[in-house]
Design a binder for this molecule. Structure first.
Ligand code: FAD
Length: 538
């Protein structure tokens, strides 16, 4: 099989034009082209009136060696790389070895468990939240009735934090072993649309994710894994063996104790109680940078026209996204994060008396607003003194937002123009906010530290140069966005992926500080599953 990269065609090209372009590029006759598939499709929208589709195509041709030899100067034609997934080992652990335990059934824990199950290593998954259907009822219940279930919400439950999301599946991580391809392939097997395998910015949307999570759960169980929901890990047992700290087991919320020497902690960035537990049990943890800010809503049509000009609304392009950065004069970086085209802003609290925002969408991305977090980068120098100080800092900001919103889980909000001028907002304009239960208009300045407010004010005005119309008086800001990534890192060794000071403990995914987003968390899950498997059979 050959790969042709950088094959460019106009946005609205007729279907047969692709085949013709392949023949022309390879300089072969029609009967020499046996088959072809699109490996990747992206677009170049720099010239809005002449948007170009860019394909990478896998082709089967007669006499492949001769074609390759003839085109050996052409760097965009080469043998297709093998991206299929290969298990790290086929060996089995010694009889009597306690089975591995995976804590958390988010994208990371789900892929640790799936790979271990596919290897025949019978993982036990422990998830504090409920199965995804019941969790959906609790989460929507919170949005509609302001009744928060602290164990079943946007952050906790089957599918993890990414379940009620935009389902963006792209990431900028280095992936030399093509683990991302394995993740996408498993998602398609579980019911995701096939196009996620080839579009450059795949996304799934909330409702499809729910079905896929159920399918993956069924596969893990069919392969011999076990999953217990509404089962929180409340303690871990560690003891010294020959001067080395070694995990021995866990205690569950129902009091049960289970022995294991391989414990994956894929607990996400919101398991603050579990972070505290690990710290108390002496697991090495350090503070890490994260970001704070607001969700911002604009009309989606404004973003579409700015990005795609006369091609706004084209089906292949879909609702436009954006990525913007501004380096403020006080030294802070302000940037867009987790942009959700045609989506809604959601209440993402997991603790009582705290308000935190995030974004989600459906597959169609057809809602009228574009939303994105606009956040300011902060570092442990902003919350010094203790490895867990970032958690206290997040809690403080989320509590302020709760009070500013009216102490009933409404989120505090402000019009962009008023925020920049420093006056409280009283009335919405043309942008109707999507956050539920509701947005309470106020002055957002007291919700974040002054340096963040100053940097955000400057950035909103500056962003207008990057997206014309972005500085819009009645665009709506909703606060606060604090859970952009984990405030801690549970440091691990680079080679065996075990905790720096506790053998048998595998910190994994976003909560441990090793991923940010669904795809990178799932890819980290594959890496950790391989490390666990190699350790189990060693
Ligand atoms: P999580 O998904 O957080 O999973 C951790 C799991 O561990 C949870 O289910 C939790 O209940 C469980 N757990 C925690 N503590 C314990 C314990 N003590 N015992 C048992 N179980 C425990 N990313 C994207 O790439 N694209 C998006 O479009 C996107 N949109 C998002 C929208 C929203 C509303 C949110 C909240 C996040 C979004 N993200 C998105 C981020 C993405 O969801 C996370 O990066 C990803 O889920 C991290 O995966 P994880 O498996 O490491 O952790």
């Amino acid at each position: 099989m050959l790969r042709i990269s950088e094959l460019k065609l106009p946005l609205n090209h007729p279907e047969p034009a692709l085949r013709d372009a392949i023949l022309a590029r390879l300089g072969i006759a029609s009967d020499e082209l046996l088959d072809f598939t699109v490996f990747k499709r992206s677009y170049d929208a720099r010239k809005k009136s002449a948007i170009v589709l860019i394909y990478a195509i896998d082709v089967e041709v007669r006499n492949e060696a001769a074609v390759l030899a003839r085109l050996k100067q052409d760097a965009a034609v080469f043998p297709s790389p093998d991206t299929s997934y290969k298990f790290a080992t086929t060996a089995k652990p010694a009889p009597g070895t306690p089975r591995p335990i995976v804590v958390g059934m988010g994208p990371c824990g789900m892929f640790v468990a799936l790979i271990l199950a596919q290897m025949g290593l019978n993982p036990l998954v422990l998830e504090r939240g409920k199965i995804v259907r019941e969790r959906t009822v609790d989460t929507f219940g919170f949005w509609r009735k302001r009744k928060l279930n602290t164990e079943s919400n946007v952050q906790f439950g089957e599918g993890g934090a990414g379940t009620f999301s935009d389902g963006k599946l792209y990431s900028q991580i280095k992936d030399p072993k093509h683990y991302g391809r394995k993740v996408l392939t498993e998602f398609v097997k579980a019911g995701a649309p096939e196009e996620i395998l080839y579009v450059s910015k795949p996304h799934i949307g909330t409702f499809r994710l729910v079905k896929m999570v159920e399918q993956i759960r069924a596969e893990i169980i069919a392969l011999g894994g076990e999953i217990r929901f509404e089962t929180r890990v409340d303690d871990i047992y560690v003891s010294e063996e020959n001067g080395v700290r070694q995990v021995q087991g866990v205690r569950l919320s129902n009091g049960e104790e289970i022995a294991t020497r391989h414990l994956v902690m894929a607990i996400g960035h919101s398991a603050r109680d579990t972070f505290e537990l690990l710290y108390e049990r002496g697991v090495y943890i350090e503070a890490k940078p994260f970001s704070i800010g607001f969700r911002v809503e604009h009309p989606q049509s404004l973003i579409d026209v700015c990005r795609f000009g006369p091609n706004a609304g084209n089906k292949l392009l879909g609702a436009a996204d954006y990525k913007i950065v501004h380096h403020a004069s006080n030294g802070r970086s302000v940037y867009s994060f987790c942009m959700c085209p045609g989506g809604t802003v959601v209440a993402a609290s997991s603790e009582e008396g705290r308000v935190v925002t995030n974004g989600m969408s459906q597959y169609s991305r057809a809602e009228r607003n574009a939303n994105s977090a606009i956040v300011v980068g902060i570092t442990p120098e902003d919350y010094p003194g203790h490895p867990l100080a970032g958690i206290a800092f997040q809690r403080e900001l989320e509590s302020r937002a709760y009070v500013l919103g009216g102490s009933n889980y409404d989120a505090p909000g402000q019009l962009m123009g008023d925020f920049v001028k420093g006056v409280a907002s009283r009335e919405f304009g043309s942008v109707v906010p999507s956050f539920k239960p509701a947005v309470h208009l106020t002055d957002l300045a007291p919700s974040l530290p002054d340096y963040a407010i100053v940097a955000l004010r400057e950035a909103f005005v500056a962003f207008d140069k990057q997206i014309k119309g972005y500085y819009k008086h009645d665009a709506v800001l909703t606060g606060v966005e604090t859970r952009t990534s984990s405030p801690i890192r549970i440091k691990r060794n680079d080679d065996d992926l075990q905790s720096l000071n506790t053998r048998g403990l595998f910190p994994a995914g976003e909560g441990a500080g090793y991923a940010g987003g669904i795809m990178s968390a799932a890819v980290d899950g594959i890496r950790v599953a391989e490390a666990v498997a190699l350790s189990l059979v060693a």
